[in-house]
Design a protein around this ligand. Structure first.
Ligand code: NAP
Length: 279
């Protein structure tokens, strides 16, 4: 029977610490959520962020745009939000509509308000490892779970499934900073099972429901499931086939209640930290 790495427990601790930082600031802090259209998953994510922000005392402004807004109109409004002294951090819900110039948006976003690291400046900072910018919240969430449960990373072999800039590549750099040895796998990787079975820590961020089953794991493995998918019955599930993997491995994050819960808490902490830097 493996140990359950509970995201809610980690999230609770981060939110308590964040509330404490906010109290010491003696000023309000505001997160701006930029949303295009009314996708159900975006609305659900937005609502969960607002709920957690309320619990800590962080204000939220939702900047909702039609999915068909022109890039020029969007950029005009985005620059105003970026310049607002009341807004400490900006989260852009992705994917963004095709007609929006993503490069322009990223370049326009002030680095100190880039709390989810969408700009190249922030990503550069993560790759250099200078700690000057916020890392992507999900990558931070994975690191926070490992730290909370005292998973020793030094000299350990971490295998990451996925090579996205949103999660996997920055996460690889952050694990490397902690002296783990990293293997990054992707859709063209051959003999995936053989590689993953060698891992001390397996992190999956591929977006395929229940893809990783008992063939991919070993009994001493720490398994972190970043995936958020829906299964054949419309239920939320991860990339890991939890029922087949959980009885084998040493510890595992559930979905829901794992990485996702921590990601939101990190986002709020980053907003308050951004406020503290501009005070
Ligand atoms: P993405 O940009 O679509 O990247 C998926 C990656 O998985 C790609 O690098 C792809 O390889 C790789 N991949 C696909 N099929 C594979 C296979 N069979 N074997 C090995 N690698 C494979 O996805 P993402 O944005 O990183 O998100 C990944 C998952 O994490 C999604 O389920 C998303 O919903 C979830 N997510 C969760 C959180 C959270 O807070 N928990 C936050 C963000 C994302 P190629 O590069 O070769 O195509």
């Amino acid at each position: 029977m493996s140990m359950r790495l509970k995201g809610n427990e980690v999230s609770q601790k981060i939110l308590e610490d964040t509330a404490q930082i906010l109290r010491q600031l003696h000023r309000a802090s505001k997160l701006c959520i930029v949303r295009f259209g009314s996708d159900a998953a975006d609305l659900s994510y937005q609502n969960s962020i607002i709920k957690k922000c309320d619990s800590v005392g962080v204000n939220v402004q939702v900047a909702a745009f039609g999915a068909d807004i022109t890039s020029a109109d969007f950029m005009r409004r985005f620059r105003e939000l970026n310049a607002s002294p009341e807004i400490d951090g900006i989260l852009v819900l992705r994917p963004i509509p095709k007609q929006i110039d993503a490069d322009k948006m990223q370049d326009a976003l002030c680095a100190k308000k880039d709390i989810d690291c969408i700009g190249n400046l922030g990503l550069g900072s993560v790759f250099v490892g200078d700690g000057k910018s916020f890392a992507p919240c999900t990558a931070q969430a994975v690191m926070e779970i490992l730290k909370h449960y005292q998973v020793d990373l030094c000299g350990k072999h971490a295998v990451i499934l996925g090579r996205s800039l949103v999660v996997s590549k920055p996460l690889a750099m952050m694990l490397l900073e902690q002296n783990a040895t990293i293997t990054i796998c992707h859709s063209k990787t051959k003999n995936l099972c053989r590689i993953t079975r060698e891992a001390d820590i397996l992190i999956s961020a591929i977006g395929h429901p229940k893809f990783v089953d008992s063939r991919y794991v070993n009994k001493d493995m720490v398994v972190i499931d970043v995936g958020i998918n829906t299964d054949e019955n419309g239920k939320i599930c991860g990339d890991i086939d939890f029922d087949s993997v959980e009885p084998i491995v040493s510890s595992i994050t559930p979905v829901p209640g794992g990485v996702g819960a921590v990601t939101t808490a990190i986002l709020i902490r980053n907003t308050v930290l951004a406020a503290s830097k501009s005070t």
